[in-house]
Design a protein. Structure first.
Length: 333
């Protein structure tokens, strides 16, 4: 029995790519190569089931963050020709990653109900244009703090590899671009096309939107997704601490079950791990900023500087001020 697929505009899945200045080449290439391999049988690179264009307002070569340049294949043509428009971002310190004409084009596409996807920091471009309102955004854990600081009113998460939320999609970048592309291929072309693409790419199985982002919290690997998800929540909530029971419930456990899980896997209690995360964040701020101790204490969830200093000394054997001075931070002078 043939699997049901979602209808496309023209009978073929059509995707337009917007590449930001200093875009991430791996995210773009994995996304487009998944389409290429799904769009024909075996490895013929035909465009039987899918088509794609690299769009640009000016037609100039677009440089990736690694220095490789990509030539656009079309101008900013009618956005309704596409089922999706994918914005591939890159370096966050790149000013004006896309021009005003491209922003206007994305807004027109949104108004015409074309689905928009931000890959890597492409989500920042969409959010800056006001196009992620009322949608939940998935970003890399590496960019979570920057996104929340820049767009405090938007819902954001860094525990999943990608998100398809109604008219918007977002992707953490890297290899998860292939996972998101595989999901789209499965929806619009079918499981056999997805399987063909993944086999040629030597990917055993595409991850789903529920998979947790791979990372090493506190330089330690944990093999339990519930524990990883809770640690990620801790890292994302150091100023206003979440109750242990609330975090336990979010992963389907009671507080006691979560505590047993932490002792078994992390050899420590949830509260002790949470404290380590907050103190590590404090050490980062002590080393990298000139912020006064009270400001740092509050930013990592302590009610006053004296309590923070006591906990810091009991953990590291010296006060926060002494530690800052010992590493040569000019703020200690």
């Amino acid at each position: 029995m043939k699997a049901t697929t979602v209808a496309t505009i023209s009978g073929r899945l059509k995707i337009g790519f917007i590449l930001a200045r200093s875009f991430t080449l791996s995210a773009f290439s994995l996304f487009v190569d998944t389409l290429r391999l799904a769009s024909d049988d075996t490895d013929k690179s035909g465009r039987r089931f899918a088509d794609w264009q690299v769009l640009s307002s000016r037609g100039n070569l677009i440089s990736a963050s690694c220095g490789i340049q990509v030539a656009p294949t079309a101008g900013l043509i009618d956005p309704t020709q596409f089922d999706y428009i994918v914005v591939v971002g890159g370096l966050l310190n790149c000013e004006n990653p896309v021009d005003e004409d491209t922003i206007a084009y994305l807004k027109r596409a949104a108004a015409k109900k074309v689905r928009l996807i931000g890959v890597c920091t492409g989500t920042f471009i969409l959010a800056e244009a006001g196009l992620m309102d009322s949608h939940e955004t998935c970003v890399s854990w590496l960019h979570f703090d920057a996104f929340r600081e820049r767009f405090p009113d938007l819902a954001v998460r860094a525990d999943r590899i990608y998100q398809l939320d109604r008219w918007r999609g977002s992707c953490a970048g890297g290899s998860s671009a292939a996972d998101m592309a595989a999901n789209i291929v499965r929806r619009h072309i079918g499981p056999s096309a997805e399987r063909n693409a993944l086999e040629v790419l030597q990917i055993d199985k595409a991850r789903s939107h529920l998979d947790i982002q791979p990372r090493r919290p506190l330089s330690t690997d944990y093999d339990d997704s519930r524990l990883r998800a809770v640690i990620l929540m801790m890292e994302q909530n150091v100023e206003e601490m979440l109750p242990i029971a609330e975090m336990a419930a979010s992963v389907g456990l009671s507080r006691r079950q979560l505590e047993r899980l932490f002792v078994e896997k992390a050899k420590s209690s949830p509260s002790a791990i949470y404290r380590r995360i907050r103190l590590e964040r404090a050490r980062h701020l002590l080393a990298r900023t000139k912020a006064p101790l009270i400001e740092i204490a509050v930013s990592v969830g302590f009610v006053n500087a004296s309590h923070f200093s006591r906990v810091f000394r009991s953990t590291y054997g010296q006060s926060a001020a002494e530690w800052r001075s010992s590493i040569g931070n000019p703020a200690a002078a």
